[in-house]
Design a binder for this molecule. Structure first.
Ligand code: ADP
Ligand code: MG
Length: 262
């Protein structure tokens, strides 16, 4: 099977004057069927890596570099949405607070952030949106106003949006940041169920405790570089974590979950 993402020696510059070297010679290959976590401190380049997938940032040209999705350099974003669902944290604020929560999911079928006049949906499309809502267990909330939902509920609606086209790969940037214990636990359950039903997860986080036991591969980033990539118990040890986060950390494991103490 072709990898869904293949980066070779990728450099990305960000900022108004392209003054920030956000990715520095990154090479990585991700395959469908293998869920991964991308872990690193704030500013290490994790979101920039995901924005290469959404097309929000572009790699700088280097003679020996490559940035391919499903084996091709250029992608039509509309087509890509059917294969990779991406949820970025800044999307939470894009919706009108007064719209019905279900409409946030339905509008994803048109690549929009809410319904506009004249948008029509066929019965099969509405059913696809409901199916995504059911997968996230948010049916009882679908008739509420979006603005009245809690942060955890909003995150689950965003994930349902990303699922409307039934993509094989779901990419989540900092999915459980700023959620309370209950909301984070409900979200984690939903992600584990998606994994179980065959969706490949790419989870970006700065917190190892947010990596579910099913995710075996961890990519560790620091300063725009990948500093380790492999089986999580090898990548996430006390030495590498202390080095990457810059403070002494002690890593232990409990039933497949990583625990970190300062
Ligand atoms: P992470 O997601 O790991 O926290 P990012 O990919 O967001 O890291 O950021 C990587 C680097 O790029 C950081 O130094 C960050 O400050 C910089 N950066 C990110 N977005 C922008 C932007 N819009 N303008 C300028 N610099 C940016
Ligand atoms: Mg980020």
């Amino acid at each position: 099977m072709k990898p869904f993402l293949e980066l070779r020696n990728v450099h990305v510059w960000r900022g108004d004057e392209a003054e920030v070297h956000a990715l520095r010679g990154v090479s990585v290959t991700l395959h469908e069927g293998e869920s991964v976590a991308i872990l690193g401190p704030n500013g290490s380049g994790k979101s920039t890596l995901l924005k290469l997938i959404t097309g929000e940032v572009r790699a700088a040209y280097e003679a020996d570099s490559a940035c391919e999705l499903f084996g091709e350099e250029l992608w039509n974003l509309e087509e890509l949405r059917h294969r990779i669902g991406v949820v970025m944290p800044e999307e939470v604020q894009r919706f009108d607070a007064h719209q019905e929560a279900f409409e946030t999911v339905l509008s994803a079928l048109r690549g929009a952030y809410g319904l506009v006049r004249g948008m029509r949906f066929r019965a099969v499309e509405r059913e696809a949106a409901w199916a995504a809502v059911r997968r996230m267990g948010i049916e009882p909330l679908a008739g509420r106003e979006y603005g009245a939902l809690s942060s955890g509920e909003k995150r689950r609606f965003l994930i349902a949006r990303a699922l409307v086209h039934q993509p094989g790969v779901l990419v989540l940037d900092e999915a459980s940041t700023a959620l309370d214990f209950a909301a984070a636990a409900i979200l984690m359950r939903a992600l584990r169920d998606l994994h179980k039903s065959g969706t490949t997860l790419v989870l970006v986080t700065h917190h190892p405790a947010e990596i579910p036991p099913e995710v075996e591969r961890v990519i560790l980033m620091r300063g725009g570089e990948i500093v380790a990539d492999g089986p999580k118990r090898r990548v996430l040890d006390s030495r590498s974590m202390s080095r990457v986060f810059g403070v002494p950390l002690k890593v232990s494991w409990h039933r497949g979950w990583c625990q970190v103490q300062g």
